[in-house]
Design a protein around this ligand. Structure first.
Ligand SMILES: [Zn+2]
Length: 412
């Protein structure tokens, strides 16, 4: 048994909720309460360079214990929790040797974990499940990952017979508000590649994410007094409505799954003279994004053709790209992870995420970075849970990846 459970229980009781409406960085000062504790605990296990930088990132190095050249691997998790559900006053409960019956959370008995409603829960009978008490989230997203990386670091420090290269640890703030990589210093980190430890089911590895753009359509109609509008008024609100009505239903989030992309309006605002529609465009390829953008632009032109005195601007903003574009150039990064999982006795499941991760951004910033499981489930909700056994497996996988990186290089 590692220290992962004890660490996890300690970390989730520290409120680290981030705030999307804050202009500061990190968005909330309380995130540093956990980060400072992590620095102190890293130093206690002998990791001398552990420190918190001025932006709230924790950097640390487990030094190499071989004089051979082994690539530098980084493990990364985020310390903040979702703004969607409160993270203040979390009271974690361990349900030891769970027998599969409903878990009623004591502080709000309307919150019940049922095996038929929560996916993957049916795999956990006989395991020890950790939940919150009913009024808060648990924070397994991503403190499970934080605790696993910490426990793996402690294990490596206590087992010098395990040969490994330098291992970098990175704990980031503000992932949940989309700013987790904003002030990361990859030069200082000095890793060749990395893994975010922020995935769901045990054994999963995610090496594909959406590619994402934002589109903004700004419509300039022709405004008049409505009483004297005959033959003159071209109402921007109605033009916006016609564009929305023209969207293909089969390319919506509610009609797509797997590797299918979509066109999704997220905001409309306006008056009769001017209206703005914001969209998010998602696909797994850049070409697929461009196809959807062209389609949307054609819909806009068709509607505008019916309003000869109105104009519109169509602007595209790049958001992030599928990390697979980068990972395909570094196939060993995924290979190490799959081998590390097999070494821990798991049957790895490689899959894609219909969303983005900090790893997508890190990959394009120069640190190829797939996502491996942390065991967190039902995150951003009061039913959030994680099992102790899955966390222990994640610790084994982190140690196993370090061993595989050294092995594959030293035996090459
Ligand atoms: Zn997360």
């Amino acid at each position: 048994m590692s220290s992962v459970l004890e660490r996890f229980l300690r970390y989730v009781q520290i409120d680290t909720q981030s705030d999307p409406n804050s202009a500061t960085f990190p968005s909330t000062a309380r995130q540093k309460d956990l980060s400072l504790l992590l620095v102190q605990e890293l130093r206690e296990i002998g990791i001398a360079d552990a420190h918190l930088d001025e932006h709230g990132y924790v950097y640390a190095t487990i030094p190499s214990n071989t004089d051979q050249h082994v690539p530098v691997v980084c493990f990364c998790s985020h310390v903040d929790t979702s703004p969607d559900v409160t993270g203040a006053g979390v009271k974690p409960i361990v349900h030891y040797n769970w027998d599969g019956t409903d878990i009623v959370l004591p502080d709000d008995p309307s919150q019940v974990l049922r095996i038929i409603e929560l996916h993957d829960l049916d795999q956990q009978i006989g395991n020890d499940i950790v939940t919150a008490s009913g009024t808060t989230l648990l924070g397994a997203d991503n403190k499970a990952g934080v605790a696993e990386i910490m426990a793996a670091a402690e294990y490596l420090q206590a087992h010098p017979e395990i040969v490994h290269g330098a291992v970098k640890i990175l704990f980031t703030p503000d992932e949940e508000v989309g700013r987790g990589t904003e002030h990361v210093d990859l030069q200082k980190l000095g890793a060749d590649f990395g893994y975010t430890v922020d995935g769901e089911a045990v054994g999963t590895l995610e090496d594909e994410t959406f590619s994402a753009d934002g589109v903004r359509i700004t419509i300039h109609g022709v405004s008049t007094h409505p009483g004297y509008a005959l033959g003159k008024l071209e109402n921007a609100l109605k033009i916006a409505g016609e564009i929305l009505a023209g969207l293909p239903k089969e390319l919506s989030p509610e009609a797509t799954t797997g590797k299918e992309g979509f066109i999704h309006p997220v905001q409309v605002e306006g008056i009769q003279e001017k209206a703005v529609i914001q969209f998010i465009i998602r696909d797994f390829t850049t070409a697929g994004l461009h196809e959807k953008e062209n389609l949307l632009q054609n819909i806009m032109q068709e509607v505008l053709a019916r309003y000869p005195h109105s104009t519109a601007e169509f602007t595209v903003q790049e958001q992030y790209r599928n990390m697979k574009e980068i990972l395909d150039q570094h196939p060993k990064v995924v290979e190490y992870a799959l081998k590390g999982m097999k070494r821990a006795g798991l049957d790895p499941i490689q899959r894609s995420i219909r969303g983005g991760t900090d790893g997508s951004r890190l990959s394009f910033m120069g640190l190829p970075c797939p996502n491996i499981f942390a065991g967190e489930h039902a995150f951003h909700s009061r039913l959030e849970w994680v099992s102790v056994q899955d966390m222990e497996k994640a610790v084994e996988v982190i140690v196993g990846i370090c061993e595989e990186v050294a092995n594959l290089v030293l035996n090459d």
